[in-house]
Design a binder for this molecule. Structure first.
Ligand code: G3H
Ligand code: ZN
Length: 271
């Protein structure tokens, strides 16, 4: 079916998973996993993925939208971790229903100013905008181990910027290949009570199933997952690549491994 709007899938009280698309195989795996689990899903393309595609947003966005259109699953398209305003401004022309503007590496005042401008632009184009509240000193922005979002500051940030959703630092960390993160559940509950917008968990690949379930129960809504797909993909390629020349011989099982991860995590998060 045609792409649906992110805003229609991000509903308080219900978990929705957002998976990172790097190649067309990722898009195919995400959509196949969503069909298998019978759940809606968000396909997200990051600024880094666009850089990988030689800075061209159009081809990978069009491929992802076409994969979604050929599927029975409800799929939304999200542009993730955008720091470059020129890229942000291209989102509306490529089918995206939402964008994450990432000003988390700026200090609070600068993040507010830049995010408010991004929100004004996004809303003028009918786009839903997610932002992130960073904290000085975090090597990985708001998602370094030990970094936490302050609820009072988050309330002020949301009021000052008008964002539609907020990525918060509650104990996860980007690019973990082991699922050993322990989330700060009292903080998640405090943020849910304090904030009028859906909460977003980044770096969810490192979060075990039981922690993800509890996070959704506590009020996390959008759950971002990238590395877990690449762990599955690369694990299969490592095993199979020496035996084949035709990339289809190792990409097909690698894609299947990713779709299995997607279906499993959708049952955990949206089940
Ligand atoms: O925005 C994307 C996510 O935060 C992905 O993080 O690769 O650690 O799962 P991850
Ligand atoms: Zn992230």
């Amino acid at each position: 079916m045609p792409l649906v709007k992110t805003a229609d899938l991000v509903t308080p009280g219900r978990g929705i998973a957002a998976f990172n698309v790097i190649t067309v195989e990722h898009a195919e795996a995400i959509v196949a996993g969503a069909e298998e689990a019978g759940a809606p899903v968000i396909c997200q393309i990051s600024e880094n993925a666009v850089k990988f595609h030689h800075g061209r947003l159009g081809p990978i966005a069009a491929a992802t939208a076409a994969v979604a259109a050929a599927s029975s699953a409800q799929v939304a398209l999200h542009l993730d971790h955008v720091t470059d305003l020129a890229l942000l401004h291209r989102a509306a022309d490529h089918g995206f229903g939402s964008v994450m503007y990432d000003g988390s590496h700026h200090d609070y005042a600068e993040n507010v100013t830049r995010t408010a401008a991004a929100v004004a632009w996004a809303h003028s184009r009918g786009l839903w905008l997610e932002a992130e509240l960073g904290e000085v000193g975090g090597k990985d922005g708001a998602h370094a181990p030990g970094v936490r979002t302050d609820p009072g500051e988050a309330v002020s940030f949301v009021a000052a910027t008008g964002v539609d959703a907020l990525a918060v630092a509650v104990g996860s960390s980007h690019a973990m290949t082991e699922r050993t993160a322990a989330l700060d559940h009292p903080l998640i509950r405090a943020l849910r009570v304090a904030l009028p917008v859906p909460l977003v968990l980044h770096g969810s690949s490192g979060v075990p199933d039981h922690e993800l379930r509890e996070a959704v129960r506590d009020g996390m809504v959008k759950i971002n997952i990238g590395t877990a797909l690449n762990v599955a993909f690369t694990g299969v390629v490592r095993q199979a690549v020496n035996d084949h020349v035709d990339p289809r011989r190792y990409l097909a099982p690698a894609r299947d491994a990713m779709s299995g991860v997607v279906a499993h995590l959708l049952r955990v998060i949206a089940g």
